[in-house]
Design a protein around this ligand. Structure first.
Ligand SMILES: Nc1ncnc2c1ncn2[C@@H]1O[C@H](COP(=O)(O)OP(=O)(O)OP(=O)(O)O)[C@@H](O)[C@H]1O
Length: 820
């Protein structure tokens, strides 16, 4: 039978197809795998002898935790218990005195007279014990829950101190959950400890009285209680083991419950008609648990019954001994009467001791899980250095190898490169090629298996982790949606000196300012569901908040893992347009599958199966045969691929005739006849005195629209308008740009790799010296002037690059001849 691991928590076990709801069959069954060995340990530990040995330790632990949580309550409880025990002993002695006085010689008046001090003592002891009982309940109900909360807090602290790799390790989650259970039931220790102390006090009192009556009675009684003790411990052990075994199934149930009930999957459960199927799975697991519970209950009951029968027989023997002593004159009638009470008290105390012992033992096993977790943090406590880094000038990766826990192969192999402050580096590659893993190693979230990642020469493992992460601004693929206010969601509990001004500045850079503006209480709004008293955001709005966090943080390393996956084209444009500005004071790592966006990077590393297979600038990689060009071609020739012809679109520039009529043709009609002018887009290229460019696009058919970069579709032409007139009007109306010298410039003929004509883009050229950055952002306007020198970095369409290149060539006079 072959076994395959699934996720971090379960396995798929290959089994005979099992019937599930709706007549569907499945050949695999989810099974939780416990690799911690806690079951075996438990089996070894819950025995009577171990229990007796461990009881003092457990009581001590209970007292210590109580002491740490609430000293006054703990002290009060101890005093009350001690007083209660003493009073119980006193009460028993008073009973003994009363019975002896009543049964021994004299007239009834004399006997009553002799008995009254004991009766008064008995009444006072009982009354004070009852009062103490009330105080004990009050203090216990105050202390117990506090102890659990304290245990939980210590557990939370420990969890934040584990290495991130712990979450990939089988067994860690199990240990954490066992510890969680330990923290939860820590409060039981109070009640159980109380019961144990009370039983011990009763036992001591009764034993004292019994020993004075006859020395043989106490050992006899202890012997008689032994079978029940063994049975009780056995039953507790069976129940604990059953719970432990079912622990994995309970976890599976909670995972399934979450999938069935949580809002995130509610639409898919319905649209996918999955309800019956999922509930069928749930039923399968509950049946497994029920079977195990029934087995445990049956075994426990059998053990208890056997214990009760043996205990009954042994008690009969004890009573027979009392009768025999009475009959043979070994004991007076008065003593025999006292013995009846004492025997009952001691018997109850012994049974209480064993039952309480078994309970505290079981709780102790859970608490062991908790305290072991605290000591070892599930085996993954961070043990790093204490060097406090500044914002890194240079991050160097040398022969880096990284393998996930228990993975069959390395996620990264032989990776070496250097990232410097002020640089943007992009990681590109297929899914699973190692990009995210590499980013986590650069940020010190993971440590190398072999090789090194150093920040200014210091290995990440030698850096103080908290100080290092204070220098990391991370936007992961799945960012957290904290149920906190918008402000806290951005500052993450670390406001800067600039306060809200810094928050608003970061919002403006990410586009979250628009999100905040629509919130009912601005930055003070809680971002959570309605029922949590908050206001919910859309996926893209949340992503803007996640980006704002990174921009707000004064960190030396900015890691953006698919940062704009949920953003609209305008939002995406803003992020990438501002990225270089962010990089001025930081090192930036960008991961994205949208290759148009990686042109903004200084260098691109192309990963494949954990190795860097190519690196270079965007133009270098587009020009060189290899994985990057393949990926680029896939992304940019989807249309052509659909038509069965792969390869990039080829753009050629020819001078544009002055009065080309605007004759847009639906690209769906393409390929067009070679003799027909298929105009799929119009653009205005503006140049200023510093030789910088600004683009305005019209693109009714989205043929030249480049989502995610900086072009947007333009409007429809007015009837009878020429292309020239239409774009001049739009420049004026939409962007407020009056460009009197706007003139036809080039016609870009675009054809597929098969040579088939796909359309033309007409580009008009004009001069304008205003401040484009101050313009209102309108659809179709590129706000930033860009230098021809930075062209390769811009995430522009190939046609736009071609138009600028053409203008550059013209300036140099390189195309003089061709124009002639
Ligand atoms: N927590 C994990 N435990 C074990 N293996 C993992 C874990 N996370 C990732 N891997 C494996 O490591 C390899 C690299 O994964 P990584 O997430 O770095 O890829 P990626 O390039 O970022 O992928 P994507 O483009 O899909 O985000 C993959 O083979 C993946 O299966």
């Amino acid at each position: 039978m072959r076994r395959t691991r699934v996720g971090g928590y379960g396995r798929v076990r290959k089994e005979k197809p099992a019937a599930v709801a709706g007549g569907v069959t499945s050949g695999e069954e989810l099974q939780y795998v416990d690799r911690t060995g806690s079951r075996e340990r438990a089996v070894r530990q819950i025995r009577l002898v171990d229990m007796a040995r461990r009881l003092p330790q457990l009581v001590r632990r209970s007292v210590t935790l109580a002491w740490r949580t609430d000293r006054a309550a703990a002290l009060g409880l101890l005093v009350c218990q001690a007083a209660s025990g003493a009073l119980q002993a006193l009460g028993l002695l008073a009973v003994s005195g009363t019975i002896t006085a009543l049964l021994t010689g004299g007239d009834i008046y004399g006997r009553l007279l002799g008995a009254w001090p004991s009766v008064v003592l008995l009444a006072v002891a009982a009354g004070v014990r009852a009062a103490l009982g009330i105080v004990v309940v009050w203090l216990s109900s105050r202390l117990g829950p506090q102890m659990s909360r304290e245990a939980e807090l210590r557990l939370l602290q420990a969890v934040t101190e584990v290495e991130l790799t712990a979450y990939d390790a089988p067994g860690f989650t199990h240990r954490k959950e066992a510890a969680d259970r330990g923290a939860e039931i820590a409060q039981d220790l109070v009640g159980e400890g109380q019961d144990l102390i009370a039983s011990l006090a009763s036992l001591a009192a009764g034993a004292g009285v019994l020993t004075t009556l006859h020395p043989a009675l106490l050992p006899l009684l202890a012997l008689a209680s032994l079978p029940q003790a063994v049975a009780q411990v056995g039953a507790a052990r069976v129940r604990y083991l059953a719970k432990l075994r079912a622990g994995g199934d309970y976890r599976l149930l909670s995972i399934l419950r979450w999938h069935v009930c949580d809002r995130y999957a509610a639409d898919q459960v319905r649209a996918g008609t999955m309800a019956d199927f999922l509930i069928g799975r749930y039923r399968q697991i509950t049946e497994r648990i029920n079977r195990a519970d029934r087995r445990a209950a049956d075994t426990g009951a059998r053990m208890s019954a056997a214990g009760a029968v043996c205990g009954g027989l042994a008690s009969t023997a004890v009573w027979a001994a009392v009768v025999w002593l009475l009959a043979t004159g070994g004991m007076t009638v008065g003593h025999a009467g006292t013995a009846v009470f004492a025997l009952q008290a001691v018997g109850t105390a012994l049974r209480g001791l064993v039952a309480g012992g078994a309970r505290i033992m079981r709780t102790g096993l859970y608490m062991d899980d908790w305290s072991e977790f605290l000591v070892e943090a599930g085996g993954f406590r961070m043990r790093r250095g204490d060097v406090v880094p500044a914002a890194p000038q240079e991050i160097r990766v040398q022969d880096l190898v990284f393998r996930y826990e228990e993975a069959a192969q390395d996620a990264l192999r032989g990776v070496s490169f250097t990232l410097r402050r002020g640089e943007v580096i992009a990681l590109v590659g297929y899914n699973g090629s190692g990009k995210t893993t590499l980013a986590k190693l650069l940020s010190g979230l993971y440590l190398p298996t072999t090789g090194s990642v150093t920040w200014d020469g210091v290995p990440t493992g030698d850096l103080d982790p908290q100080a290092m992460w204070a220098q990391v601004a991370l936007v992961p693929q799945d960012y957290a949606r904290w149920p906190l206010t918008a402000r806290e969601n951005i500052t993450l509990g670390r406001p800067t000196e600039g306060g809200d001004a810094d928050v608003r500045d970061a919002c403006a850079r990410s586009g979250a300012d628009e999100v905040i503006a629509e919130l009912r209480a601005g930055l003070d709004t809680v971002l959570a569901r309605d029922w949590l008293g908050g206001q919910e955001l859309s996926g893209g709005q949340w992503q803007r908040i996640a980006l704002t966090r990174a921009f707000h943080r004064r960190a030396g390393l900015l890691v953006l893992d698919e940062p704009t996956s949920a953003l609209d084209p305008l939002g995406e444009h803003r992020i990438f347009a501002g990225l270089r500005e962010s990089a001025a004071t930081r090192a930036v790592v960008l991961i994205t599958h949208r290759l148009t966006n990686v042109a903004v990077a200084d260098r691109i590393l192309v990963l494949d199966k954990g190795r860097v297979v190519q690196h270079g600038t965007f133009p270098e990689l587009v020009a060189e045969p290899g994985l990057f060009r393949d990926l680029w071609a896939y992304q940019h020739t989807r249309e052509t691929h659909r038509n069965g012809a792969g390869g990039p679109i080829v753009t050629e520039a020819v001078p544009l005739a002055p009065a080309v009529p605007l004759a847009p043709v639906d690209p769906a009609d393409a390929p067009a006849p070679a003799d027909r002018l298929v105009v799929t887009g119009t653009a205005a290229l503006l140049v200023n005195d510093r030789g910088q460019y600004l683009l305005h696009l019209r693109d009714a058919h989205k043929e030249i629209h480049d989502p995610g970069t900086w072009s947007l579709p333009g409007g429809a032409p007015e009837p009878g308008e020429t292309a020239h007139e239409a774009i001049a009007r739009e420049l004026c109306e939409e962007a407020g740009l009056a460009v009197p010298d706007l003139a036809p410039f080039v016609l870009l003929r675009r054809s597929g790799p098969d040579g088939v004509l796909r359309g033309h883009i007409q580009v008009f050229l004009g001069h304008w010296n205003g401040d484009a950055a101050a313009l209102p952002l309108t659809e179709g306007v590129m706000l930033h002037w860009f230098d021809a020198g930075t062209l390769p970095r811009l995430t522009m369409c190939d046609w736009a690059a071609e138009a600028v290149r053409r203008h550059q060539d013209e300036l140099c006079g390189a195309v003089e001849g061709a124009r002639g």
